[in-house]
Design a protein around this ligand. Structure first.
Ligand SMILES: [Zn+2]
Length: 123
């Protein structure tokens, strides 16, 4: 509840001047309904809450890649690499140089991940 008294002329203005920026009698600037101290405390509390929230959000939620995921992803890369190799080999043998390198990368990368997943699963 804000009862406003003009700090300049000391006149009681009441709730009628609650939203006014200046005194209707002497035109002196009126203090805002919320004192700066409260506002500051509120802002600090809000900042603390936000920091706490951020901290929670920054927590590592995603679990480390599982062995099954390695097998699936590696298998996909391996199959994709083999497919690209097969296609480029049979369809465009004369212009498949770049694609070959890419496909072999996929096969090696996928195969390695696939095997790593298998090893992790068996252990
Ligand atoms: Zn006044």
């Amino acid at each position: 509840m804000s009862v406003i008294t003009c700090p300049a002329c000391n006149a009681y203005l009441g709730l009628a001047a609650a939203g006014a920026a200046e005194c209707p009698r002497c035109s002196a600037p009126l203090p805002t309904a919320q004192p700066p101290a409260n506002k500051k405390a509120w802002a600090a509390r809000r900042a603390a809450k936000r920091a706490e929230c951020n901290e929670r959000n920054n927590d590592p939620v995603g679990e480390p890649p599982s062995a099954e995921r390695d097998v699936v992803v590696g298998g996909l890369w391996l199959c994709g690499g083999l497919a690209v190799t097969a296609i480029s080999y049979s369809v465009a043998e004369e212009q498949g140089g770049g694609r070959f390198i890419l496909a072999w990368g996929a096969i090696l990368f996928g195969g390695a991940q696939f095997l790593r997943g298998l090893v992790k699963m068996s252990s």
